[in-house]
Design a protein around this ligand. Structure first.
Ligand SMILES: [Zn+2]
Length: 443
């Protein structure tokens, strides 16, 4: 049985695809106004694992991850950098490119669709028009708001009551909303800027894009919706209100949320200024070490980020790479992999809400046992395909070859030629103590 914890029901639920052997998966992407941080990395590696797993066990996965390439944050950055908010697309292009480099380094597979908000404006405008026609949204002076009073289920995902939410809502003085919880679908802007709509010039609010893009690229009803835990409220709550308000059908069957990355027990975020970009960590560690580090933690538990832990993760990952380094890559089909007990057990951990830490337990036990070359090759294939770990040996740290080291290297070479392996091993040990790790090519 394949099951995942869904935030909506608050429990693990069996995966029951709406269309046999097909899975539609929507994951909220980035707002490209800065470099992606390690919290982003965790979210997208988690959903990459999900995508790889479902594909591996035979589903056809339609995976959509949007790019919010128009947003207040982009306008602010463009104003700061160029003195012109309308140059926001230059900001978006730069950070989308940087994000794509990070994803490639982390070996995250490319989603089926990566739509940009700015390239899907007709669908967004139509979606809003349909909500207005159904009385679920209303216009005020060129802005359009969602009418929460028309969606009594609001709060069901984040388990909050409407009146409590109302009490906590803040209304800005220039807003003319019917209800403090109503949120913007369209924001009016000066003439001849951004996009033209039936309500005049303007640009979309943040939430509407995901409803419109999921409908366009996937379906009105989808199997799985994912994102970072910080998106549960209000973003995902608003997505539900928009889509279910329009279709009057359940939007996503399962809602998956990846927990925060904390630094010194505080939630890491750009707004708190306590964050590391992925690129910062790639300067110190191989991206595969970072991917491995994420995967050794259960995605629903907050991760306390620490460089010491990454160092230990690096050692463990290196061990795995070394273990498989003498195995040539080969292709296997699912049926033959399922004959290997350890792989079956690893799969069942992953199929139980992506329990990757439990799965690594099985792998380390496997590595302590004796296996034939074919079994090792099968395991290597499984790790590369499903976990997305390339198992390429990590580059060894460079050592300055001092005359003393060189002398030992020469001596050892002679011992090897003379087949005095005892002496060669002794010298290797001497070098190891001096911080020089030797890896011999086969003679
Ligand atoms: Zn979204």
């Amino acid at each position: 049985m394949i099951q995942f914890y869904s935030t909506l029901s608050g429990k693990k639920e069996q995966l029951k695809p709406l269309k046999a052997q097909n899975i539609s998966l929507y994951v909220c992407g980035i707002t490209p106004y800065d470099n992606a941080h390690i919290g982003h990395g965790r979210v997208f590696v988690t959903f990459d694992l999900l995508y790889r797993l479902l594909t591996f066990i035979g589903y056809h996965v339609n995976y959509c991850r949007n790019v919010t390439d128009i947003d207040d944050k982009l306008l602010t950055k463009a104003q700061k950098e160029f003195g012109d908010p309308l140059r926001y697309h230059e900001v978006a292009q730069r950070y989308t490119a940087s994000f794509n480099r990070d994803m490639k380094a982390l070996n995250c597979a490319t989603p089926t669709h990566e739509p940009l908000v700015t390239q899907n404006m007709p669908e967004i405008i139509t979606f809003i028009q349909e909500l207005i026609a159904k009385n679920k949204a209303y216009k005020v002076n060129g802005d359009v708001y969602y009418r929460i009073a028309q969606f009594p289920a609001y709060g069901k995902l984040s388990k909050q009551k409407l009146d409590e939410l109302r009490a906590g809502a803040r209304v800005q003085i220039n807003e003319e909303k019917e209800d403090p919880l109503d949120f913007a679908l369209w924001k009016s802007e000066k003439e001849n800027t951004f996009w033209h709509s039936p309500w005049g010039w303007g640009r979309p609010g943040w939430h509407i894009e995901c409803s419109a893009l999921a409908k366009k690229y996937l379906a009105e009803q989808i199997d799985m919706h994912g994102g970072g835990a910080d998106l549960t409220f209000p973003h995902h709550e608003n997505e539900i209100a928009q889509t279910e308000g329009l279709t009057e059908k359940r939007f996503a069957q399962l809602w998956l949320h990846c927990a925060f990355v904390n630094v010194n027990k505080e939630k890491m975020s750009k707004s708190l200024g306590n964050f590391f970009t992925l690129n910062d960590t790639f300067g110190e560690f191989d991206p595969m070490t970072i991917r491995y580090y994420y995967l050794t933690h259960y995605y629903r538990t907050p991760l306390d980020f620490s460089f010491d832990d990454i160092k230990s993760a690096q050692k463990a990952y290196q061990k795995i790479c070394h273990y498989f380094s003498d195995v040539a890559p080969q292709q296997f089909d699912l049926a033959s992999l399922k004959k290997i007990d350890a792989i079956v057990r690893m799969l069942s951990f992953l199929e139980d809400d992506l329990n990757s830490p439990g799965m690594f337990g099985v792998l380390f036990t496997f590595m302590q046992e004796k296996h034939d070359a074919q079994t090792k090759a099968a395991m290597k294939y499984f790790i590369r395909e499903v976990l997305g770990l390339t198992l390429e040996p990590l580059p060894e740290k460079l050592v300055t070859i001092t005359p003393e080291i060189q002398q030992l290297l020469d001596e050892r070479e002679q011992a090897r030629k003379a087949k005095d392996f005892k002496r060669a091993d002794d010298i290797r040990e001497q070098l190891r103590i001096m911080g020089v790790d030797l890896h011999d090519k086969k003679m």
